[in-house]
Design a protein around this ligand. Sequence first.
Ligand code: DX5
Ligand code: ZN
Length: 217
Amino acid sequence: MSVKIAPSILSADFVNLERELGRIATADLVHVDVMDNHFVPNLTLGLPVVKRIAEISPVPVDVHLMIEDADRWAPEFARAGAASVTFHAEATQAPVRLARELRSLGARAGVAVRPATPVEPFLDLLPELDMVLVMTVEPGFGGQSFIEGTLPKVRRTREAITRAGTGTWLQVDGGVSRETIARIAQAGADVFVAGSAVYGADDVEGEIAALRQLAST
Ligand code: DX5
Ligand code: ZN
């Protein structure tokens, strides 16, 4: 299980995206939060911006869709060049059909669950999924505190992935920092989204290295 660090550009300077992407070239992925002001009470960026990010990013693009009607929109983000597309469990009518469609477009397929949404219905579907995202804050904003009560869900998800032997990635998103990352790693996560921790640091490259180190011990 190799640790992957995915800085979230939600905490980056949105008028200098090219420079901000260049600062995270030592990361494994760039996490791009797409919000529609319906699924969550915030609005960020959409398809044309994701398409340009995918063209110039030094690392693969990991899109996190916090939008309604994922069945309609998620494939468009795969076509826009995202390496992985994660839709919310609460926003799809047909998760298996959608995951298959994303894979057929050459993207990795992920499903995300809010802190209060059970992950169990998806644990039987692991062969259909490249990633499960356990939200460790309420989706919508960067800079929130990690919700400790989500750790048992991370643990149960890791146990199910191990049992299934699918190699599905287990991502966590929200409140990941030097203070929290080691115990989230111990609970079984292997892909760590970090927005404010990375872009709030003076030494971005050093912060990515420190997070990677703490998650690997
Ligand atoms: C929140 C987003 C996150 C956000 C995390 O809904 O999904 O990706 O950028 O921010 P931090 O790391 O600051 O909690
Ligand atoms: Zn996110």
